[in-house]
Design a protein around this ligand. Structure first.
Ligand SMILES: [Ca+2]
Ligand SMILES: [Ca+2]
Length: 409
């Protein structure tokens, strides 16, 4: 009995520990998120005659209590930001002119400092460097929230709408076509849909800590098409009214890439809380449209992206993990790269790096690990390695796998 008690206490403590984890959410404001009637930021302050989005919303989030109103901050996403703070998390904005980087120690807002990057309706394309940064961020465990809008919603008049920006990111990049296994459709429609995933109750986004989601309302938005053959982890969450729950006409999807997670919605109206800077025409999609479902949907998705839910390893599908060693990413590399592997049985595991002569040059892992998927970082600079070919070898419970890696300095 005493032993059962001890186990129970340990289980309860670990549950509390998960719930009290503080995660950091970064809201992008570098891509004209306040052009025309858009106001897709958590806060803006008047500077001279224009509103600008600061890195840290004001008043400071440390002064927010359980009764703080969403109008404490200025922005149509203030409800979203303040709700995350009330759940114990930290939020920041990425102000206009700040670089989107990953692994750049001189950028205080480098994506590696955050758990989730939320980009609501980007209205100008990402540069090649920014695309690589975002892909590396997700691949290495980050969460990316991608929100689009209907076609021709080019708010700053540069010829790019959000769906074109997102499709350009997913199609023209350093890792290949549609790495998350979906694209946005070029459409514009409004509808209310109750066509949520039939297995919604076991899905951490449709039935998460913030409650159940059974309806969405699109106010001039678009849909998505998914390609499970490209990425088998892409998953439909909500479809348009009247369509079969297949690969087309999706309103909300989730996916994974590397060790990170992705959520995409086809409309920016559901996150709009109806209040922002003066002169913007806004509507309360957050709480009023679809009767509160949108707030629950965005918050559940935020918590899932931050890995506060769905962390059991079996997650939404019950596919057992196979013993495997994936090609390192990036490759060629200089000086760091990531190596992802999976072990089917709990056992002693080693990952070692050898040079072309078979000499061991680095030991990356040497410990007992439970079955599951892992990612390990290899920094060649730490071992003073010269340019050339190296081999990473995974050893676990009598199984062995080798990959070839190219260091180019
Ligand atoms: Ca634009
Ligand atoms: Ca607001």
């Amino acid at each position: 009995m005493k032993r059962i008690f001890t186990v129970l206490i340990i289980v309860m403590l670990s549950v509390l520990n998960v719930q009290s984890q503080t995660k950091k959410f970064l809201f992008d404001a570098t891509k004209y998120q306040t052009a025309a009637n858009a106001d897709w930021v958590i806060d803006e302050n008047l500077s001279g005659s224009t509103y600008v989005t600061p890195r840290y919303p004001t008043p400071l989030q440390s002064t927010i209590t359980s009764t703080t109103a969403e109008t404490y901050w200025t922005g149509a996403l203030s409800s979203w930001g303040i709700a995350l703070v009330k759940l114990g998390h930290q939020v920041e904005s990425l102000p206009v002119g700040t670089a989107i980087t990953y692994g750049n120690a001189s950028n205080p807002q480098d994506l590696s400092n955050y758990n989730v990057f939320i980009v609501d309706e980007p209205n100008s394309p990402f540069t090649a460097t920014e695309k690589t940064a975002m892909l590396n961020f997700v691949y290495n465990g980050g969460g990316l929230f991608m929100i689009s809008d209907h076609n021709n919603a080019d708010r700053n008049g540069d010829g790019w709408d959000a769906l074109a920006v997102w499709n350009n990111f997913m199609r023209t990049n350093s890792v290949g076509n549609l790495p998350f296994g979906f694209k946005f459709d070029s459409l514009s429609f409004s509808e209310t849909s109750n066509n949520v995933l039939s297995a919604w109750s076991s899905n951490p986004i449709l039935n998460g800590p913030q409650g159940a989601v059974n309806q969405v309302m699109w106010s001039a938005g678009t849909s998505m098409t998914i390609y499970p053959a490209i990425n088998p982890n892409v998953k439909g969450l909500v479809w348009r009214t009247g369509v079969a729950q297949g690969s087309t006409s999706l309103l909300c999807i989730s996916s994974t890439y590397g060790t990170g997670r992705v959520v995409a919605f086809g409309d920016s109206s559901p996150a709009d809380d109806g209040s922002g800077s003066p002169g913007h025409t806004l509507y309360n999609g957050w709480l009023v449209d679809a009767g509160g479902n949108h707030a629950r949907l965005h918050l559940n998705a935020s918590l899932w992206l931050a890995k506060l839910t769905g962390v059991s390893g079996i997650e939404e599908n019950n596919t057992p993990v196979k013993f495997s060693l994936e090609q390192n990413f990036p490759n060629p590399f200089n000086p760091t790269t990531n190596i992802k592997y999976s072990i089917s049985k709990s056992s002693d595991v080693s990952v070692k790096v050898f040079d072309i002569d078979g000499k061991e040059v680095a030991e990356l892992v040497n410990e007992f690990q439970v079955n599951g998927s892992y990612s390990v970082n290899f920094n060649a600079a730490k071992y003073n390695l010269a340019s050339g070919v190296y081999y990473a070898v995974l050893n676990a419970s009598g199984n062995k796998e080798t990959i070839k890696m190219l260091l180019t300095k």
